[in-house]
Design a protein around this ligand. Sequence first.
Ligand code: ADP
Ligand code: MG
Length: 501
Amino acid sequence: MNGLWESTLGTMRAKLHEETFSTWLEPIRFDGLEGRTVRLRIPNRFFADWISARYLTDLLEPLRQHAGRNDLEVSWVVDASLQDQVSSAGQVQAPSTETARGTLQSTLPPALAVPERRVTARAARAPGRELRASAELPLDGAPVARDTRVAEPAAADEAYALNPRYSFENFVVGGSNQLAYAAAVAAGSSPGRRYNPLVLYSKVGLGKTHLVNAVGHRVREDRPGARVLFLSAERFTNEFIWALQHKRIEEFRTRYRVACDVLILDDIQFLAGREQTQEEFFHTFNALYHADKQIVVTSDVDPKHIPEMTERLVSRFQWGLVADVQAPELDTRIAILQKKAEAESLHLPSEVALLIAQRAQNNVRELEGTLLRLAVLADAQRRPIDLELARTVLGGGPPQGRDARQISVEDVQRAACEFFQIGLRDLLGDRKHRNVSIPRMIAMYVCREHLDLSYPMIGARFGNKDHTTVMNAHRRIAALIGEDERIRRALESIEQKIGLA
Ligand code: ADP
Ligand code: MG
């Protein structure tokens, strides 16, 4: 049955722009055909909305053709474990990493609490299986909660494939990322010479993975035969453990120490506490370094501050260049939006770009997410992306009045109760009646949008609800804003009451 999906993908690949294909089609997993329903797993809800709005007809055609029936339908199943493979574009309404961690931490015994985000995101789907996998892999300092299958070193180099969307050409340079960008260009243009190792660190969503992919592309362009290995530290860890278990360590070492010209290891904070893998990486590092091979790593904090990272590894990092990436300034944010709009063939008026850029200040992923959300809505409502639409999506104008940091969950709850004329007990309770459930969802939505709190944190403050309740609330309200004038007005009033709009 997989043949059906593969043939469909083949047709779609030929139809769509490469970037579109890798962003939207590649992450989809085919789960089989049941009757006339094709089950497809996707990383988050937003994917379904986006694909349904733009590519569904295109997708159904080859599916129907290859399956030989005209009544095929698609059903979407959200699978957060696919999140990892998604470029930022699809991450708009994804559960925050913290959410995923929340889920897993509560299902795992304390000894197996996993300190890493990605793993937990993946593990959130099938904790039972992950648990077994962890229990079988006690070799390293910290547990590895993931599917053992992926730990096997991939035979083909495709497994180390760079993301085609991440090049220097489509990276927007500004004061916040100038140094990292220049260093990355230098490392890509003369690998092993100028900045070795190159270490980039920043908070999430600021372009590290993008930049290091661009390094890889640049090396390959200049030297087509170069062996560039790009992988996450998590994967390095798992391959290492797999190799130990299967007595294939020599092969592993050849791959990373000898048969490699450029090693790009993403998110090395994953190595925290994993002594044995750190040791292995230390020797890998030395071997490559002494052979003048380029090493590039990224981390979500300054490597000096990664907990339980051996001193000798940290000091190796200082041999080269350690550069941080800051959140982009307003002008850079606008330029990024414009570039993104261009890539997606969207018409983005400058006043809308300005509004989005004023709103999404911390993170490029958020910026892109807002733009795409707007695009989906515009598409669905068959109208252009304009200021009016942007205001509805963003809920009011640029931030004014009170600083969101001064607003508490209680402020939001009080404002919602006042507006809807209901009691706090109902707002925090479990009653499902619309009269109380809509206010509750709106209040949760406001908290999530403005208070910088994770879904589990918000759930806890609303009568100890599960994070999925908050996620659903957020998603429903986000969808309703565009459709229901009353919801929009309620939101605006509540935001006004607490001084946000
Ligand atoms: P990180 O690895 O730091 O978490 P990513 O590299 O995944 O961040 O970047 C998140 C998203 O933002 C990606 O889609 C990336 O292309 C985009 N991005 C970040 N910075 C820039 C930039 N300066 N110009 C263009 N796109 C950017
Ligand atoms: Mg990254």
